[in-house]
Design a protein around this ligand. Sequence first.
Ligand code: UD1
Length: 341
Amino acid sequence: MKESVLVTGGAGFIGSHTTVELVEAGFGVVIADNLSNAELSAVENVRKITGQEIPFEEVDCCCYEDFEKLFLKYKFNSVIHFAASKAVGESVAEPLQYYRNNLGSFMNVLELMKEHGVENIVFSSSATVYGQPDKLPTTEQTPRQPATSPYGNTKQICEDVLRDSIAAYAGIKGIALRYFNPIGAHPSALIGELPKGVPSNLVPFITQTAAGIRKELSVFGDDYNTPDGSCLRDYIDVVDLAKAHVVAVNRMIQNKGKARYEIFNIGTGKPTSVLELVNAFERVNGVQVPHKIVGRRPGDVEAVWADTTLANTELGWKAERTLDQTLASAWAWEKHLRNIK
Ligand code: UD1
C-alpha cells in the first residue's frame, strides 16, 4: 500500500509545494485546509502539476469533531502540519486568535494521531525561535530566545508540546523543521506565495513592486552592523524546503532517526542582505524595483542564518537551487498571476 500523508495547510505556500514533491516521490496525499489564507486554485494547480486527483478536504483543524472525520475516512501513516497563522504583526494585535489557532490545531493533530495510530509528524517550525543569536550561523543547539511576538511564541510552545508528547506516547515520532526565510515558487509558475493584502514579507513585496502594484519597497534600515547596513537572512527556495519534508517523512518511515524527536535547520547556510537581494532580483529578472531606505522595523533581528551541517549530514538534504534561480521563479510566478508577458 502507498504510504499516505495528511498535509494540513496543504493549499498554502509551503504546503502546496510540499504536496507536489510528496506526490512526485510516490506518496499518497490528502490535503486539509480551511482556506482562511489560501485559495482553492492552489489545489487545482497542484493537481495540474502532478496530474493526480489529490483529495482535498476543507476543514478547520481547530474543530476536533470535523477534523476527526478525516482520520475515519482515510488511513494515514504521517502528518505534515503546516496549518497555522503566520503574520507577526497580526499576532501582536490578536494574540488570542493566534494562540487558539496555532496551539489548538496542533494539539488536535497530536491527539488524533494518538487516537488513530498515526506514527509520524513533521512540524513547521521557524528560525524565529532563535531570535537574535549570539553566535552565527545558528546550529540546532543554539539556545532559543524568548519570543518577541505571539506568533513566535506559538512556534516555541508547539515544539515543546511535540517534544513532551513524543516522550509520553511511544507510538509517535516527530521532526521539527526550523525554516529560515522561504521564498520563490514552483518552476511551473503555477503555484507560489499568495499573500492577502499588503505583503509583510520581503520577496512578495519586491515582486509586487516590480509588477507595479506597489509604488516602492521600503528597505527597513541600513544602519545595522552588517557589511552594507541592511539585515542579513538565509533565503531558502520553497521547492528545496518542500523536498526537506519528503526526506523527513522517509526518515521516520525508515526509522533512520537517532532519536524519536529531532530538530533540523532548513536553510542554505548563506547570509544575504536585503539590498543584495533587491539588486540580485533586478539583475536576474531585468526589472526595476524602486526602493528607498527607511527606519528599522520594530522586532527585526539584525542577522540570522543557518548552520545546515546537521540537515546535510544526518538528514541527507541540501539546498540545491541558487538564489538567482529562486528569484527568477518568484518573478515568473508574479507575472503568471498578473498576466504580465
Ligand atoms: C518574518 C518573521 C518570522 C517569520 C517569517 C515568515 C518578523 C520579525 N519575523 O521573518 O518570524 O517566521 O517572516 O516568513 O516579522 N524587509 C524590508 N522591507 C519589507 C519587508 C521586509 O526591508 O517591505 C526586510 C526585513 O527588515 C528583513 C528582511 O527584509 O530584514 C526579511 O523580512 P521578512 O520577509 O518579513 O522576513 P523576517 O522578518 O526575516
